[in-house]
Design a protein. Structure first.
Length: 181
């Protein structure tokens, strides 16, 4: 025969300790899960912000190069400059003159500045934390009147030791053709 417990007596010490242990395990597991979820969210947000920066950088370079004036390109491995069709009124008569577009790499990252020729606008940080930049001209394989005039640009941006992005940008070839939007 099993002993009968009086319903008024309450719980034993062993039952209370078991309940506390179960709640402690559940609480610890919940905290670890919450901590991991918050860490993953912060990492995802940082990666999304970096991706947005990369997309913005590529879009700006694309828009600039789509409007580059043929024959105005000057570059070395890390720096690029060219004239872009602009809307600055020309001093010498009707029409517009080009805007000088410059890209450079320094300790702050990939920078860009744009303005009328002869002006010195401020440098804008286009992409922070860039380790290296490489601009390479893409020359035509077909016989053309100007075989040294590039038809495009190949840009490689190294962000970290294992992270890099590459973009290939077409350059306009006919100075009288309208630039694409």
């Amino acid at each position: 025969m099993t002993p009968h417990r009086d319903p008024q007596t309450g719980m034993t010490l062993a039952e209370v300790l078991v309940a506390l242990a179960v709640f402690a395990v559940i609480g610890t597991a919940s905290f670890a899960l919450l901590d991991q979820t918050l860490r993953s969210q912060r990492l995802s947000e940082a990666r999304l912000a970096r991706l947005e920066d990369l997309q913005r950088m590529m879009r700006v370079v694309t828009l600039d190069t789509m409007q580059a004036m043929p024959g105005s390109l000057a570059m070395d491995k890390t720096d690029l400059r060219f004239l872009r069709r602009g809307s600055v009124p020309s001093q010498s008569g009707p029409g517009t003159e080009g805007l000088l577009v410059q890209y450079r790499l320094d300790a702050q990252g990939l920078q860009r500045r744009i303005g009328p020729e002869g002006s010195q606008p401020r440098w804008q940080i286009l992409m922070p934390d860039v380790r290296s930049v490489s601009w390479q001209p893409i020359l035509t394989q077909e016989p053309s009147p100007s075989p040294t005039q590039p038809i495009g640009l190949d840009l490689t941006v190294e962000l970290t030791a294992s992270e890099s992005i590459r973009g290939v940008f077409a350059l306009p070839s006919d100075p009288t053709s309208p630039a694409a939007p």
